[in-house]
Design a protein around this ligand. Structure first.
Ligand SMILES: CC(C)(COP(=O)(O)OP(=O)(O)OC[C@H]1O[C@@H](n2cnc3c(N)ncnc32)[C@H](O)[C@@H]1OP(=O)(O)O)[C@@H](O)C(=O)NCCC(=O)NCCS
Length: 251
């Protein structure tokens, strides 16, 4: 979430950049970073040399845990990452919609601080397909904690501009977080309430909100294995535009 301290290196072999991730570092209790770019010159020797320079740069800053999202067709870099000890932990898709004719729903409101406990419970139960749960180096407790903190930061305005909720009997049974860049960030519906149209209603409310903000394009990312999320987005007019693999390196 928070992006700071970008380290950019240019050498005779190419260039790369990465930054520290203070949110993940705090919860995972490991100095964590994200690789932003990796652009070797177009030959095998430079690619290997730049890969080693990247790892050296991470080690020099005592980074212990690194994430890199890369196109699944970039085979030469993927094979290099494997040789450097990176492991695949996720596959995701990015979707886009320019048809923002959403629909407000009387059951959907914006969340307030009194909804936090209920939101945190739902958030920590909902995202078992994501990279935090896929990675054997992250405990389930820490993965749950990531989502409890993430929804808290969303409610405070740090990690989202709005949190929409569907509430029944004082309990949140669905939520969606969105920002003013047109991103739908997190969406979840309570297991016992799924398949009743709540997910679609939340997405359509988000689209209506984007239109109010004057936004013309909305994007979402989700796991390529998350068929129910993909079905929900597709039926709200989203189309797949990109795919990524997520690799992780650990000291
Ligand atoms: C994705 C999610 C939010 C969908 O919520 P939901 O309230 O169940 O969705 P809806 O009832 O609105 O259904 C959406 C679409 O999926 C279909 N669908 C729902 N459950 C289904 C099932 N078990 N099998 C097949 N299709 C199903 C619906 O028919 C609908 O499609 P349609 O409009 O073409 O008929 C919910 O599954 C969830 O919380 N998953 C866990 C959290 C998650 O993965 N979030 C996304 C990543 S951030």
């Amino acid at each position: 979430m928070s992006e700071e301290n970008v380290i950019s290196v240019t050498s005779s072999s190419g260039s790369f950049s990465w930054n520290f991730d203070s949110f993940d570092s705090e919860i995972l209790e490991k100095k964590t970073a994200k690789i932003l770019t990796f652009s070797p010159n177009n030959n095998e020797d430079d690619m290997r040399a730049l890969g080693q320079e990247l790892v050296d740069s991470l080690l020099k800053e005592n980074v212990e845990y690194v994430i890199y999202k890369i196109a699944p067709t970039n085979f030469s870099t993927i094979h290099l990452l494997e040789d450097l000890g990176f492991r695949i932990i996720d596959g995701s898709l990015k979707l886009i919609s320019t048809d923002l004719d959403g629909q407000e729903n009387k059951n959907i409101t914006t969340a307030h601080s009194e909804d936090l406990i209920s939101l945190q419970k739902l958030a920590s139960e909902s995202f078992s397909q994501t990279r935090y749960y896929n990675d054997p180096l992250v405990s389930k407790d820490n993965a749950n904690k990531i989502y409890r903190e993430w929804i808290k930061n969303s409610l405070s305005g740090e990690a989202a501009d709005m949190v929409l909720i569907w509430k029944e009997a004082d309990s949140v049974c669905g939520f969606l977080t969105l920002d003013k860049n047109g991103r739908i960030i997190l969406i979840a519906v309570d297991k016992n309430q799924r398949g009743k149209g709540i997910g679609k209603a939340l997405v359509k409310s988000a689209l209506a909100q984007f239109k109010k903000w004057g936004i013309t394009e909305s994007t979402i990312e989700t796991q390529m294995t998350n068929m129910l999320a993909l079905k929900t987005y597709h039926s709200c007019g989203f189309k797949i535009i990109e795919s990524y693999l997520t690799f992780r390196w650990s000291k």
